[in-house]
Design a protein around this ligand. Structure first.
Ligand code: J2J
Length: 539
């Protein structure tokens, strides 16, 4: 058993097996099955390159043997940081086949975050593109490798000589047998949006994740005729599993990989490939709606556009269907598990004004007050959940787990919601110290700690401020004795430190002290009010 991983207790595992949620199937087997059922169907399209199910299966196998030859074993951790590319899938399934555990970092993560993922998991390998979006990943990998002693291999997708190349890793497996992987084995780590300290790692087994994919495929009605455009990063839980790219592969459909989510890139792809399904975050939905008024592309193939990751306002939700002649599906999910969907045949009222209802009849949700006591249906409270695909503990985070889960095993989502009579959820806010910047999550404490490492910063507190486009942006309140310290200087400091750009505060406010709660803690509520007032009066 991997140290730091809390396995499912026997009684829950037995329950989810006997009620049919967990089938014992693994990701490796799913691909094998699809390669047998629909060998010549196109699984993936990236630019001019197309890969069939049979080819994907075969290349994943050759890479699996390559990994084994390298000495990578079952349960070894591998930080995977690839853009939306065919290689992402080849590597993923290769690792699944040998039972090594990818950690799904995002292309935007920089050396501070990557170093932490590698150190925290004692990763043995790190997989990168050479250059993506003008960022030099090879240079970054060099820096990470210097700091992380467990890291033995840097593997690069692209033309690069310094480290091992993905193509060179392809190997024939004549003399090796692949290890046995079962449904209850760990498959990978997702990243949590986080609220305290550094991002927590979310361990997922084949059983639980494949259940959520199977259910999502059913609810979202994916089939072999699905043509899914992946515009958001495929490594993110939403794009990966709700029903996402893994859902499409499970259903035998075709994934078209978009290098970026802009209408200039995505609309021609929709027209050319006759895309019928895609997933967006709310700010992108706004951009696409505006662009649909002026760009002359044939988008009539679109049947479903999902919007999730952050609250989709009713005004935006109302426009999606008419702008694209398709159905909107709201998705309220979390990498820790629970996913809620509006159903495709729901009444307009539900689709526009709610964030859907849990996907599984085995999701146990409760809405509670500050004391964890249930409240009346329709009242607003804290959402807690337990179920067949919601984790019961983060990886290697004992102290945090005590707070994040109740003693009876419910995950405290940190979301504040209310529920309609018929079980639909409406997200009203959150009680976690996080900023949701258009779907990108920022743990306030993580960025505060980076700021506190600047020698002229005495204290830092980060809060959200409302934004018409992103929903929220971040504002850092700073106490410093040096009058000359500027927001620009702090931005440069954070950039040099190497953190994802979306975490860098949008605005800095220099103050002499922070408002306090009666208990003497920083009152983030008051800070939010201060910045809201400033924005209202345009200071
Ligand atoms: C309001 N808040 C939302 C929504 C997520 C599917 C869809 C999204 C995610 C995701 C995901 C929201 N309205 N529609 O993993 O499988 C906020 C909540 C939630 C947090 C989780 C999936 N959809 N949120 O966004 O782990 O606060 O997952 O707890 O990144 O995003 O963030 P994350």
């Amino acid at each position: 058993m991997l140290q730091g991983y809390t396995p499912w207790p026997d009684e829950l595992a037995t329950k989810y097996r006997s009620n049919g949620c967990w089938t014992g199937e693994t990701f490796g087997e799913v691909l094998e099955r699809m390669a047998t059922l629909t060998p010549t169907s196109i699984a993936l399209i990236e630019g001019n390159r197309k890969v069939t199910y049979e080819e994907l299966d075969e290349r994943a196998n050759r890479l699996a043997y390559g990994f084994i030859h390298l000495g990578i074993k079952k349960q070894d951790r591998v930080v995977l940081q690839l853009s939306n590319s065919i290689t992402f899938f080849e590597i993923c399934f290769a690792l699944f086949r040998i039972g090594a555990l990818p950690i799904f970092s995002l292309p935007l993560h920089r050396q501070t975050e990557i170093t932490y993922f590698c150190e925290h998991t004692k990763a043995v390998a790190y997989v990168i593109p050479d250059v993506f979006d003008r960022h030099d990943y090879v240079k970054m990998a060099r820096e990470v490798k210097e700091k992380v002693h467990t890291l033995q291999h840097i593997i690069v997708a692209g033309d690069e000589q310094e480290f091992l190349n993905v193509e060179a890793l392809m190997s024939e497996g004549s003399s090796v047998t692949l290890p046995t992987i079962t449904g209850s084995d760990l498959a990978f780590f997702q990243l949590s949006g986080g609220s305290t300290g550094l991002p927590k790692l979310i361990p997922r087994t084949h059983d639980e994740y494949l259940y959520s994919i199977r259910k999502s495929v059913e609810i979202c009605e994916l089939s072999e005729r699905t043509k899914y455009l992946a515009v958001l990063p495929v490594a993110h839980n939403f794009t990966m599993s709700s029903p996402g790219v893994f859902g499409v592969l499970y259903a035998g459909g075709c994934i078209v990989l978009s290098p970026d989510p802009s209408p200039d890139t995505a609309f021609p792809l929709i027209e050319k490939e006759k895309i019928n399904f895609t997933s967006l975050v709310p700010p992108l939905a706004i951009i696409w709606i505006e662009a649909s008024k002026t760009r002359d592309y044939d988008l009539t193939s679109l049947e479903v556009i999902q919007v999730g990751g952050a609250k989709c306002s009713a005004e935006v939700a109302k426009k999606v269907g008419p702008s694209f002649g398709c159905t909107l599906q709201q998705v309220f999910g979390m990498a820790e598990g629970l996913v809620n969907y509006t159903r495709l045949n729901d009444a307009e009222e539900k689709i526009v004004y709610t964030q859907g209802r849990p996907m599984s009849e085995f999701d146990e949700i409760r809405i509670v007050d500050e004391e964890d006591q249930s409240i009346a249906v329709g009242d607003t409270g804290h959402l807690q959940v337990r179920g067949p695909y919601t984790i019961i503990a983060y990886y290697n985070a004992e102290t945090h787990n005590e707070k994040a889960f109740t003693h009876d095993g419910f995950y405290r989502t940190g979301d504040i919601v209310k529920q309609t009579e018929d079980g639909y959820l409406i997200v009203e806010g959150r009680d976690k110290d996080q900023i949701n910047r258009g779907g990108e999550k920022i743990a306030a404490e993580e960025v505060e700690n980076y700021l506190l490492s600047h020698e002229e910063v005495l204290d830092a507190a980060i809060v959200s401020m409302p934004d018409a486009f992103l929903g929220e942006r971040s504002c850092a309140f700073i106490i410093s004795q040096k009058e000359q310290l500027t927001g620009q200087a702090l931005k440069s400091f954070l950039q040099l430190k190497g953190i994802a750009a979306f975490k860098i505060p949008d605005r800095f406010e220099f103050v002499h002290e922070f408002p306090q709660t009666p208990l003497g803690k920083v009152s983030k509520k008051s800070l939010r009010e201060i910045i809201q007032e400033k924005l209202a009066t345009k200071i």
